[in-house]
Write a protein that binds this ligand. Structure first.
Ligand SMILES: [Zn+2]
Length: 109
């Protein structure tokens, strides 16, 4: 991977990180517990809790991806980026293009 590619990946990672931060802060209020004093009927209360579960699940995935992106950024700084962390092979550009935060090549994934 040359400097230009590395820079491009860094930009992509920074962008993805921003997106995730944005979505995390947006869903923060919605992820808070369904408050018991809300005058919801029994059914809509169940629905509200299901919605909340969904939001929590999305937030869980986003937080995981955020960590992966941060890891990828530090690998980029240490010049370890683009190499499979299991077998050491180069990760294909196509793969990095779609998932710049991946740590493994397609065979080890
Ligand atoms: Zn590998």
């Amino acid at each position: 991977m040359n400097d230009k590619q590395a820079k491009l990946c860094q930009e992509k990672l920074a962008e993805a990180l921003q997106e995730i931060e944005k979505s995390l802060s947006k869903s923060e209020a919605a992820a808070e517990a369904v408050s018991p004093d809300k005058s919801l009927g029994r059914l809509s209360r169940v629905e509200a809790m299901q919605d909340q579960q969904l939001i929590l699940e999305v937030r869980r995935r986003h937080k995981k991806r955020k960590l992966e992106i941060i890891n990828a950024m530090s690998r980029l700084e240490q010049d370890k980026f683009g190499k499979c962390s299991f077998c050491g092979a180069d990760i294909s550009e196509e793969r990095l293009d779609v998932f710049p935060e991946v740590e493994t090549c397609i065979r080890c994934a």
